[in-house]
Design a protein around this ligand. Structure first.
Ligand SMILES: *Cc1c(COP(=O)(O)O)cnc(C)c1O
Length: 377
């Protein structure tokens, strides 16, 4: 594909640090790059603790272990997200309980959360989909009222900000610092990458200690090679951390490019009835991970054909995540009635190329092709 959906741009110190880690022979799960990225990422998010791990999926698994999710516990989450959000709950014997999403931000509909709470509900996982933060003030209020733990799946939203009004004053909060515990992914197509990689962030020392313990086979921190619990090897390597630190040093640049790309697409598609562009609500700063466009009612039935025709032009696209309740592991027979918005956006939307090296001319070319294909339907 001439225009891939999202390719890593490794234009900072990634190579230098990687070679340095290699030459130092600290290529395994200890080393200065691991220490450095944990420290800097915690500072950046505004939390006291950041813990590296192997990927975003195990970050979720570690977070759910840290909050002591028990078999049978219910966890509320949006019906539209990447499969890992639900799978991590399933690994714990927990039960994902799905809630419909909002038509504008595509995030969990906070107004629908309370109806999904039962005696078994333990936590809410919010997913800041495609980089737009969830509306966290009402969600944190609901969690407080019902004594629920809030886990943020921030895999797609590094650096996004929510402006909280909970205290009466406007307070900027980076995603990953708002709920009780949060997770990030550094997979190759994410805003910053280490190839495979993940992070857990929290201000809760107890959760952080659990995560550090559980990702390292449960080895007793006071007594080496003594294992009082069954745990996991979910460690990141110093090589991955070296790449990640190089990426992280340029995170402001990476986010600026995402914004430039999104703003140009929005300008190109705005005002056409066939297209709905993603919002940026007044109380957030979107990190615009992957640019998502929805087709208007008159043309949405042709979404797959549009994507196929764009592929023929060398433009890679990706459908919005399918509702999880449509797939065999989480199938629900009455899902169309229960999650109408999830179905609508899932079948109307697709992601456009969003790599940080796209030029304005590339974006204009892609936008023109999308318009041509839709006009020719
Ligand atoms: C990418 C992603 C994950 C999982 O991350 P991996 O690093 O691929 O395991 C989890 N949740 C969401 C919403 C994601 O987009």
């Amino acid at each position: 594909m001439k225009y891939p959906i999202a390719k890593p741009i490794l234009n900072g110190n990634e190579r230098k640090y990687l070679i340095d880690a290699f030459d130092s022979t600290w290529i395994s799960a200890t080393g200065k790059y691991l220490n450095e990225i944990e420290k800097q990422f915690a500072d950046y998010c505004g939390v006291s603790e950041a813990i590296t791990c192997f990927n975003g999926t195990v970050a979720l698994h570690l977070a759910l272990m840290a909050i002591d999710l028990k078999p049978g516990d219910e966890v509320i989450m949006p019906a539209v997200t990447y499969i890992a959000t639900a799978n991590a709950v399933h690994y714990m014997g927990g039960v994902p309980v799905f809630v419909d999403v909002r038509p504008d931000t595509m995030n969990i509909d906070e107004k629908a959360i309370e109806a999904a709470i039962t005696e078994k509900t333990k936590a809410i996982i919010v997913v800041h989909l495609y980089g737009h933060p969830c509306d966290m003030d009402p969600i944190m209020e609901i969690a407080k009222k019902h004594n629920l733990i809030v886990v943020e799946d921030a895999a797609e939203a590094h650096g996004a900000t929510y402006f909280s009004q909970r205290t009466g004053e406007k307070v900027a909060q980076k995603v990953g610092s708002i709920g009780d515990i949060a997770t990030f992914s550094f997979f190759g197509n994410k805003i910053i990458t280490s190839g495979e990689g993940g992070m857990v962030t929290t201000n809760n020392k107890k959760y952080a200690d659990s995560v550090r313990w559980l990702k390292n086979q449960g080895m007793d921190p006071q007594k080496r090679y003594w294992f009082p619990i069954i745990a996991y090897n979910y460690r990141m390597t110093n090589l991955q951390a070296a790449i990640l630190l190089g990426q992280f040093e340029n995170i402001t640049w990476h986010l600026e490019q995402r914004r430039r790309i999104a703003e140009r697409y929005i300008q190109n598609f705005k005002g056409h009835s066939a297209f709905i562009v993603p919002p940026e609500q007044a109380n957030v700063k979107n990190s615009f991970w992957m640019f998502t466009i929805l087709l208007g009612d008159a043309v949405m039935g042709h979404r797959d054909l549009v994507m196929q025709k764009l592929a023929e032009e060398g433009i890679e696209t990706r459908p919005v995540f399918y509702p999880l309740t449509e797939m065999p592991p989480y199938f629900e027979a009455d899902h169309l009635a229960k999650y109408p918005v999830s179905f609508k956006i899932s079948y109307a939307g697709f992601n456009l190329p969003s790599s940080n090296n796209l030029t304005d001319e590339d974006i204009d070319f892609i936008s023109e092709k999308v318009k041509q294909v839709v006009a020719g339907l």
